[in-house]
Design a protein around this ligand. Structure first.
Ligand SMILES: NC(=O)c1ccc[n+]([C@@H]2O[C@H](COP(=O)([O-])OP(=O)(O)OC[C@H]3O[C@@H](n4cnc5c(N)ncnc54)[C@H](O)[C@@H]3O)[C@@H](O)[C@H]2O)c1
Length: 302
C-alpha cells in the first residue's frame, strides 16, 4: 500500500483519477501541476515540473512513489512547438528523477506512449521493438524512458514506464480524442469527421484499469517498460458503431480524405503486462456506457 505519493499532472484526466483513488484509499497525496486540480488532496503545488523551484516546495517528508503524468500530450502541437514539448516532457521527467534521487524516493512510474515505436512491421507492438518515434512527442517519451533507465541503473531507483494506448473514461469531456469528440457529436456539440475509410484501428483502455496498473507498478517497485491497454483494437468505424449503440442513435459522421502520416493501426502485445499481473478488466461496451452516463450527468449539472 502506498502511504505518501506525489502525482505530477494530477490536475489532468488520468492523474486526477489516480490522485482521487489514492486519496480515497487513505494515502497522503501531493499533486504537482501547472493548473489547479479538480480533486481535493493533501497538498497542491502549482508549477512546472521542469522548474527546480517547483520541487523545492514539496514538503520534506519521505515519499513512497512518484507517479509522473505531467506532460504536453498533443502530438500535433509537439510538431508545431517542439521546444515546449521538450521542456515539459524531457526536462520535466529529468527533474522528477532528480527529485527521486536527491530525496531517495524508491519508485517512479511514468506515463509513456506507443508513439515511441513509430511504424513497424510486427503484428503487435512489444516492448522489445526498437525506438523509432515519428514526432517530437514520441521522441520526448522515448527520451523519458531512457532517462528512467539511466537513473535506475545508476541510483537504484525503481523506474517503470507504462506505455498507454488510447485511454478513455469519465471527466475527459473537453479532450480532443475520438471518444469525447464522438460523444459531443452525438449531442450536437462539435464536428466529427472520419479520415478515409475509417479502418485505422487503435487499442482503447478504460481509465480505471490504467489507474490500477499505475498503482500496482508503484507498489511492486517495478522497473522497465510495459505496454498497457485492453489488448483489443477497434477501427474508427467500429468505435462509431459502438458509441451509436450506447447513445441509442445511429451516428453517421462524414468521411474526409485520409490524414497524411497517420499510423494504420495500433495493436499491442499484453504478454509482459500479463506477466506483471496488470490486467484491463473493463469491456469496451461497459466502459463506453459508464463514460456516456458521466457525460450526461456532467451536462445536467452544468
Ligand atoms: N490519455 C491518453 O490516451 C494517453 C495515452 C498515452 C500516454 N498518455 C500520457 O499520460 C499522461 C497523462 O495524460 P492525460 O490524458 O491525463 O493528459 P492531460 O492533458 O489531461 O493531463 C496532463 C496534465 O499535465 C499538466 N502539465 C502539462 N505540462 C506540465 C508541466 N510542464 N508542468 C506541470 N504540469 C504540466 C497539465 O496541466 C495537465 O493537468 C501524459 O504523460 C500523456 O502523455 C496519455
Amino acid at each position: 500500500m502506498l502511504g505518501r505519493v506525489i502525482v505530477t499532472g494530477g490536475s489532468g484526466f488520468i492523474g486526477g483519477r489516480i490522485a482521487k483513488h489514492l486519496k480515497d484509499a487513505g494515502a497522503y497525496v501531493v499533486i504537482i501541476d501547472q493548473n489547479p486540480p479538480k480533486v481535493q488532496t493533501d497538498e497542491f503545488i502549482r508549477g512546472n515540473v521542469e522548474d527546480e523551484g517547483t520541487w523545492r516546495q514539496v514538503p520534506e517528508i519521505g515519499f513512497d512513489a512518484i507517479l509522473h503524468l505531467a506532460a504536453r500530450t498533443s502530438v500535433l502541437k509537439s510538431i508545431t512547438d517542439p521546444v515546449d514539448a521538450f521542456y515539459s516532457n524531457v526536462a520535466g521527467t529529468f527533474q522528477v528523477l532528480e527529485y527521486a534521487r536527491r530525496r531517495e524516493v524508491p519508485s517512479v512510474v511514468s506515463a509513456s506512449s506507443n508513439a515511441v515505436v513509430g511504424n513497424h512491421t510486427e503484428s503487435a507492438i512489444t516492448e522489445t521493438l526498437g525506438l523509432n518515434p515519428l514526432t517530437p512527442y514520441g521522441a520526448t517519451k522515448a527520451a523519458g524512458e531512457m532517462l528512467a533507465s539511466g537513473y535506475h541503473h545508476s541510483y537504484d531507483i525503481a523506474t517503470a514506464n507504462i506505455r498507454l494506448t488510447n485511454v478513455y473514461g469519465p471527466t475527459m469531456w473537453n479532450k480532443d480524442s475520438i471518444i469525447p469528440r464522438l460523444l459531443r457529436y452525438a449531442v450536437g456539440e462539435g464536428e466529427f469527421r472520419i479520415y478515409g475509410e475509417g479502418n485505422q484501428y487503435r487499442d482503447y483502455v478504460y481509465i480505471d484499469d490504467v489507474v490500477s496498473a499505475f498503482i500496482k507498478l508503484a507498489e511492486a517497485q517495478e522497473t522497465g517498460t510495459v505496454s498497457f491497454g485492453s489488448g483489443e483494437s477497434f477501427s474508427v468505424i467500429e468505435i462509431v458503431n459502438k458509441v451509436s449503440m450506447v447513445v441509442g442513435e445511429k451516428l453517421e459522421p462524414p468521411h474526409i480524405p485520409p490524414q497524411k502520416g497517420e499510423m494504420a493501426g495500433v495493436k499491442i502485445s499484453l504478454e509482459k503486462a500479463d506477466r506483471l499481473g496488470l490486467k484491463a478488466t473493463t469491456s469496451i461496451t461497459e466502459g463506453l456506457e459508464r463514460t456516456w452516463q458521466d457525460f450526461l450527468q456532467s451536462r445536467r449539472s452544468k
